[in-house]
Design a protein around this ligand. Structure first.
Ligand code: G3I
Length: 475
């Protein structure tokens, strides 16, 4: 993968006053999207054209399976461990962590240039045996300790973590479990602990049967994510497992589900895809839905060949037992190559500035309120969302004080010496230290009159000084 810096946006229009604040951050490791290039001839090459990835899941036993490894190395650029990073595997006894199996998979994949999704930190299944004898605050603490222990080991090494897995019931309420019994806030406690443990990794909620927009469980998860975003609970992504096996199939409104989650300000990903009998039309449809949603960042299949599948009798994967690509493989490849949207922040910068020059702000205030948008009619307000030893999370609210909708915004702020941005969400940054600018992402540049939006960032470095010199400009 190529690490690219987001392109600088021309700062146009009048600078706006900014209210104080502090914080940090940006930088993402993303594919360099180029939709004008030749079609990809492998899944990963086709996905990378639009700044996306194509992933698989593997168990430790596949490390000696040359048939599997050959395809994995050729076709995939993201890997997930099927069982080896789950709580029972990584902390078999309290405080006694075992990363041997997870590391073996991680090392194999990353030595071949793949990125890695961690799966999973808190789940009702595959728990350490000792969790079974705990409850209440003792179990809650064990969960937090587990998150801290595992994330410390993989700190700075992973693309994303499935922090919490499968916490909802089919009727849209919380699934009853020993973790749920510790209090309804157990999920946000897990996410807050995770952000503090590794501020640079994407934090995901992951579940199945949340692909149909009108399904109660989908709405339950959606409402939780919306609530988290409203209250500042750290969450970056939603994983839709996309198991169209065992009686499930691709719903017609799948793209609406993806775009609805994305509109909340999170990335979405298809994390465990498999389809009964590898229906080409369903594989094509699920891929196309992802390609149509800018913040759908990638697709992972749960295994590679039918012989790898947890539902092998349904032959649900893209390769047969002889390692040959099936018709669905071609459908997916073509749909990846046909992508018309790119992941925000991954596009090739244009070689020339926009052809239409922005209007120059008036030198004196107009005597009557403007009917159209006033240049520079935004303000930026900073707040520190949380701090920890060696870093902090900041949030900037961009408010539209004009009488017409903003069509884009750019905030400039200056970090204290020694501070470096590690991650930015809901915005695209240029620069990671000193004076940086953050412009709107593709989905939040439009801000109505008297409305606001926000972006967040993580900063590594001293926590004593908040960012200063905030300005906001709008074309
Ligand atoms: O390793 C033991 C082996 O020693 C023993 O002989 C054998 C006897 O049953 O069991 C083996 O462990 C099995 C393990 O997979 C490794 O193969 C477990 O019984 C079995 O329960 C476990 O199943 C895993 C399942 O999660 C557990 O919930 C599947 O491999 C794994 O693919 C599946 O993955 C889940 C995702 O995490 C979440 N979403 C659904 C997905 C599919 O169920």
């Amino acid at each position: 993968m190529t690490v690219i810096a987001a392109r600088a946006r021309l700062l146009l229009g009048a600078a706006c006053a900014v209210v104080i604040a502090v914080s940090s951050v940006a930088v993402a490791t993303l594919a360099h999207a180029d939709l004008t290039g030749p079609p990809g001839t492998t899944l990963k090459a086709a996905a990378e054209r639009s700044g996306r990835y194509f992933g698989a899941a593997m168990g430790r036993d596949r490390l000696t399976d040359n048939g599997f490894l050959t395809i994995a190395n050729r076709e995939f650029d993201m890997m997930t461990a099927v069982n080896e990073m789950k709580p029972d595997a990584t902390e078999p006894n309290r405080g006694q962590f075992d990363f041997r199996a997870g590391d073996a998979i991680y090392n194999w994949a990353t030595q071949r240039g793949m990125r890695f999704r961690g799966h999973t930190l808190a789940w009702h299944a595959q728990q350490p045996r000792f969790w079974g004898s705990l409850s209440g605050s003792a179990l809650r603490q064990a969960m937090i300790d587990h998150i801290n222990g595992v994330m410390a080991h993989y700190k700075g090494k992973l693309y994303a973590w499935d922090v919490v897995n499968e916490a909802f019931a089919e009727n849209g309420s919380r699934r009853s479990s020993n973790l749920q019994a510790t209090g309804n806030d157990w999920i946000e406690a897990a996410f807050r602990a995770a952000r503090a443990a590794d501020p640079g990794v994407q934090l995901c909620y992951n579940d199945y049967n949340i692909e149909n927009w009108t399904y109660a469980k989908t709405q339950g998860v959606y409402n939780m994510i919306r609530d988290f975003k409203a209250r500042g609970v750290p969450i970056d992504c939603v994983g839709l497992q996309t198991h169209f096996t065992g009686g499930s199939s691709l719903p017609g409104n799948f793209q609406q589900t993806l775009s609805s989650f994305a509109a909340l300000g999170v990335d979405v990903a298809l994390t465990e895809a498999d389809v009964t009998n590898a229906s080409s039309s369903q594989y094509q449809g699920l891929t196309q839905a992802c390609m149509n949603v800018p913040r759908c960042v990638g697709i992972t299949t749960w295994g590679i060949r039918d012989s790898d599948s947890w539902r092998g009798n349904e032959n649900p994967l893209l390769f047969d037992r002889n390692s040959n690509p099936k018709p669905a493989y071609t459908s997916v490849l073509n749909a990846l190559n046909a992508a018309s949207t790119t992941v925000p922040g991954t596009s090739t910068p244009p070689s020339t500035p926009p052809s239409t020059p922005p209007s120059t702000p008036p030198s004196t205030p107009p005597s009557t309120p403007p009917v159209t948008g006033q240049p520079g009619a935004c303000t930026a307000t900073y707040r520190t969302a949380s701090t920890w030893n060696g870093g902090y999370q900041g949030e900037v609210t961009v408010a539209n004080n004009g009488s017409a909708a903003l069509t884009g915004w750019t905030v400039q702020l200056t970090l204290a010496g020694g501070q470096t941005v590690a991650n930015v969400w809901n915005g695209i940054n240029t620069g990671t230290s000193g004076t940086i600018s953050v412009r709107n992402a593709a989905y939040n540049g439009s801000v109505g009159a008297n409305a606001s939006t926000s972006f967040g960032f993580l900063v590594n470095g001293s926590t004593g000084t908040a960012p200063g010199s905030l300005t906001c400009t709008s074309p």
